[in-house]
Design a protein around this ligand. Structure first.
Ligand code: CA
Length: 502
């Protein structure tokens, strides 16, 4: 009896598999042969700032393996996140939509019934996988919309933030405890996914590191590498926020005041105060952070070596990025959330030897919502009209693009753990206008004259025309992107008193 049921269940699956192949063949007539479809590996770490990668000119660290992707592919200087916090960025990447449309404005889970990039790729015949940090829910198997990964042939994720050592992982719904350092283990899983792939189909792998997320626990080997490292101070380390809104002052993510014992892992030497204590805390923070990054870099190298050994390098797209940027002491901050450059900018390196000229650098403004459309383009698929991002395939191939965006829209929703006032804003190549709507305060930065964002020019009469122009642009983008203030403090406005709270 049981066998019969199994057949009934499997039959439609088998039939749809056949359908998938037909779809693939029809794809050939449109110019993309199944054999030519690239594999796609999306490597994402958590909270890895571009300025902690040597290809981006870091003064802090050497990352030869991540740099390899720049040498052999293309580096994007201006890739930005649309909402600088972990969970929302992940949702934007999967859906190609902003938070107000994908329903993940804050630290909540994703409704996994909506369309996502891996589902489109899987439908088109890709073998899909997700290993490592998911962070979009999925721990409660009894709610259909609970954020469990869907559209993946294989998944193995950390629950929530996950642990740095001996992590529990959820493999296809089953909890298992692993032994070892999580950055190494996730790489093992990524390699195993590639090793076990079906030979006749291209694969799409999301290989997501937990590191270097707070509280920055390095493996012993890397900890030792940095234990005497004396990091240079960033130029905006002693920003006193004069002339700025209240947002920076009231945020609780200051190097001198808010790093706690769990972050620092030891007590400061007795008698240390003021600037010396602040510097000591910054040094402690950087040593552990950079050691965690070094381990990510080594593991990226190990994964790239594996692709080489398997002869997969030429037609595999490999991306390295992070879910957002991060402050490494700039403006006296750690963490992210703010629309300031260090938090807004994502590293984005992409290698595809079959199509991308090695050593290319691109300065166009791209966004995390562009990733999903790009994967679909690379697979020869149509980009759904409701995705808000734009595929960058023409840029990768060095083809002329139709008019590219000249301004980007950003929105952060909720004070959250670090009391960062909700804000939205617009960034162009030359300026940035931010409105902290809870505080009803504005900031304007001239990114050409003041790239470190130290002088708020909002009240400077010399910038009056710029402010008016940017305000118009901000409202226009908000409208174009269908942001109608659907969420208030991160809660859907319609549901403030209802049951469906995030
Ligand atoms: Ca993050």
């Amino acid at each position: 009896m049981r066998k019969h049921i199994l057949c009934l269940v499997l039959l439609p699956v088998l039939l749809s598999g056949v359908g998938g192949q037909v779809a693939t063949r029809s794809g050939i007539s449109q110019g993309i042969g199944a054999a030519d479809r690239p594999n796609i590996v999306f490597i994402m770490s958590d909270d890895h700032a571009a300025h902690a990668i040597s290809a981006y000119g870091s003064r802090l660290i050497s990352t030869p393996h991540i740099d390899r992707l720049a040498k052999e592919g293309m580096l994007f200087e201006n890739c930005f996140v649309t909402n600088s916090i972990c969970t929302p960025s992940r949702a934007a990447i999967l859906t190609g939509k902003y938070a107000h449309l994908n329903g993940v404005p804050v630290f909540n889970h994703i409704d996994n019934r909506q369309p996502m990039v891996q589902k489109y790729l899987q439908e088109a015949g890709y073998h899909t996988g997700m290993v490592g940090k998911w962070h979009l829910g999925g721990q409660n198997p009894y709610q259909p919309e609970n954020g469990r990964p869907t559209g993946f042939d294989y998944w193995n994720i950390l629950p929530g933030q996950g642990a740095y050592f001996d992590p529990v992982m959820i493999e296809m719904g089953e909890r298992k405890k692993l032994k070892g350092y999580t950055t190494d283990l996730i790489t093992d899983l990524a390699i195993r996914f590639v090793a076990n792939r079906p030979a006749d189909r291209p694969f799409f792998l999301m290989y997501h590191h937990k590191a270097p997320h707070r509280n920055w626990q390095p493996d012993e080997k890397y900890r030792r590498q940095y234990e005497n490292f004396d990091p240079p101070l960033p130029a905006s380390f002693d920003d006193d926020y004069r002339g700025k809104s209240d947002a920076s002052r009231q945020a609780t993510m200051h190097i001198d005041e808010d790093l706690n014992r769990s972050d620092l892992k030891m007590d400061p030497p007795p008698g240390l105060t003021g600037a010396a204590l602040k510097r000591w805390k910054y040094t402690r923070y950087m040593r552990d952070y950079l050691a965690c990054v070094q381990s990510v870099d080594d593991n990226v190298g190990r994964f790239l070596d594996y692709l080489d050994q398997q002869g997969l390098t030429r037609n595999t797209i490999v991306i390295y990025t992070s879910d957002q940027g991060f402050f490494l002491g700039e403006h006296n901050f750690y963490d992210k959330r703010f629309m300031y450059e260090e938090s807004l900018r994502m590293p984005f390196l992409i290698r595809w030897p079959a199509k991308i000229r090695p050593g290319s650098v691109n300065e166009k403004m791209i966004l995390n919502v562009d990733f999903a459309p790009t994967f679909l383009q690379a697979a020869g698929l149509k980009v759904p009209a409701d995705m808000q991002g734009r595929g960058i395939l023409p840029i990768l191939q060095g083809r002329p693009t139709a008019k590219w965006r000249e301004a980007i829209y950003y929105r952060y929703y909720h004070p959250g753990h670090h009391n960062v006032a909700a804000h939205y804003g617009v960034r162009t190549r030359t300026h940035k206008l931010i409105f902290f709507h809870g505080l009803k305060q504005w900031e304007l930065y001239d990114l050409v004259r003041d790239p470190r964002e130290m002088r708020n020019e909002y009240d400077n009469p010399a910038y009056a025309a710029t402010v008016s122009r940017l305000k118009r642009q901000l409202e226009q983008l908000k409208k174009e992107l269908k942001d109608t203030d659907q969420f208030q403090d991160g809660v859907p406005v319609d549901d403030v008193d209802g049951e469906r709270k995030p």
